[in-house]
Design a protein around this ligand. Structure first.
Ligand code: GRF
Length: 200
């Protein structure tokens, strides 16, 4: 059994989808060891409490990145976390943090990377006029929205879409993609060739 550590800052729908998949036995190799938020009002914390999971607030406000990252990493290590899942965690991890969990940190981003990294990716894609949008689960490296890709899901952009309806269609796929990516990563039966994840 592997321990997942979830980091979030907000709504928590990706975390909730992971937790429901775990509870339903659809991520059979994993349990959620801890849910950590840097934001006191994150909706994801209430969801974690409701689900009977440990919800740990480690505020980032007023702290240097080094200090905050140190606290988060210590909490993850204390709980023997094997795989860190960023789920709407609105903080850039320091290189030191990334090095503590080599190839063991995943992030989800609401675009088909390398298109539209950074904030408000769905809005960026909509405004750009792409006809295909989507989401990406990737390993975290020291650059923003950048590490090797684990799973991508595409969705069409419809003539009738608004930014909101497109974001909602992408989010549905995010919830599917994250469970798939965790299952794949936990098998450990893949290699990374350059940037390419290749199944063995
Ligand atoms: C998602 O769109 C995710 O791709 C991005 O932040 C958002 C988090 O949403 N990284 P939620 O908190 O999981 O509902």
């Amino acid at each position: 059994m592997k321990n997942l550590g979830i980091l979030l800052s907000g709504r928590g729908s990706n975390f909730e989808a992971i937790a429901k998949n775990v509870a339903a036995g659809k991520i059979p190799e994993a349990r959620i060891a801890v849910v950590i938020s840097n934001e006191p009002d994150a909706g994801g914390m209430a969801i974690a409490q409701r689900m009977g999971l440990e919800a740990l607030l480690i505020p980032s406000k007023g702290k240097q990145r080094q200090e905050h990252d140190g606290e988060v990493v210590a909490a993850l290590h204390q709980r023997n976390v094997d795989l860190v899942c960023l789920a709407g965690y609105m903080r850039l991890l320091s290189p030191w943090f990334v090095q503590q969990f080599p190839r063991r940190i995943l992030n989800i981003h609401p675009s088909l990377l390398p298109a539209f990294p950074g904030l408000e990716a769905q809005e960026q894609a909509f405004a750009y006029g792409v006809k295909i949008a989507g989401c990406t689960v990737h390993f975290v490296d020291e650059e923003l929205d950048h590490g090797p890709i684990v799973v991508q899901k595409a969705v069409p952009v419809l003539e009738t879409d608004t930014e909101g309806s497109l974001a909602a269609r992408i989010l549905e796929q995010e919830h599917i993609a994250y469970a798939e990516a965790i299952n794949l990563v936990l098998t450990e039966s893949f290699d990374i060739a350059g940037r390419r994840l290749v199944r063995r």
